[in-house]
Design a protein around this ligand. Structure first.
Ligand SMILES: Nc1ncnc2c1ncn2[C@@H]1O[C@H](COP(=O)(O)OP(=O)(O)O)[C@@H](O)[C@H]1O
Ligand SMILES: [Mg+2]
Length: 251
């Protein structure tokens, strides 16, 4: 069965695209899952930029214009994950109807294990279409009052249209004392915090190399938490060094 997970936020710049790219890479590379990540943020399409895959002839825009089948817009990243990019060109926004995304994604059912949808922030047309096309929802927020209050509004909408909120990813956590704690966020939103990802300079460093941090700096603190989140989503634990060694020796 194919799971479709929307990654959303109230505010922009909280790390949705980073998290989608890294979950995709971790699940494909470490957990050997068939994962497809889709750039649903047509007006700020950053996913392919982050992965160094920014020129591709067929994009989600062509699919939404009914010019191409969705299978023609799928490209493979070296990690093994698949990506459906959105166009970076202004002209490709013409006659694109994001509300049709759900219909096109249905054609991938049974062909991939997990689809992650990288949303635009807020509850505008693109984000609403992304939420409607998803079954499960991950909220990404920084641990500050404004971002978290946007999650409350987002959760209300998600529940109203009968989607399943999986929980909150707290990103760019510095533990500097003035941030909301996990407990405070959970009490405010009535949602579980499923990951706490530290603010880590290796994330922008990896962006400069156009690689997901889980591949570029796998031992960094952000990478460890991103892999843990990937394992949580599929209900598996990443094997430690000794567990891997024992498994290897047994084979
Ligand atoms: N955990 C982190 N630590 C440090 N920088 C981060 C982290 N997560 C994201 N960033 C940086 O924050 C910026 C915004 O991230 P992005 O994923 O584009 O957010 P969004 O998709 O929500 O707009 C990028 O420059 C990214 O490298
Ligand atoms: Mg983004």
């Amino acid at each position: 069965m194919t799971r479709t997970i929307g990654v959303i936020s109230g505010k922009g710049g909280v790390g949705k695209t980073t998290i989608v790219a890294n979950l995709g890479a971790a699940l494909a590379h470490r957990f050997k899952k068939d994962v497809t990540i889709v750039d649903c943020n047509l007006t700020a399409s950053h996913l392919s930029l982050l992965l160094g895959m920014d020129y591709y002839p067929v994009t989600l825009n062509h699919v939404l214009r009914n010019e191409k089948h969705i299978s023609e817009a799928i490209y493979e990243h070296p990690s093994g994950m698949k990506i459906i990019p959105a166009s970076l060109q202004l002209k490709d926004l013409i006659k694109v109807d994001i509300s049709k995304i759900s219909r096109h994604l249905k054609k991938l059912r049974g062909k991939t294990d997990i689809i992650f949808l990288d949303s635009s922030p807020g509850l505008g047309k693109e984000a609403v279409a992304t939420i409607k096309a998803s079954k499960e929802i991950i909220f990404v927020t920084k641990p500050d009052i404004m971002s978290v209050s946007d999650v409350i509004r987002g959760k209300e909408f998600v529940e109203k249209i009968k989607k399943e909120p999986m929980g909150i990813v707290l990103n760019m956590v510095t533990r500097s004392g003035h941030e909301l704690t996990k407990k405070e966020v959970e009490v405010m939103t009535e949602l579980p915090v499923i990951a706490i990802i530290p603010h880590d300079k290796n994330v922008p460093k990896s962006l400069a190399k156009r690689m997901p941090v889980v591949l570029h700096k796998p031992r960094s603190s952000a990478s460890k938490e991103l892999r843990k989140l990937a394992g949580f989503i599929i209900g598996e634990k990443e094997l430690g060094f000794f567990e891997k060694l024992i498994r290897f020796l047994k084979t």
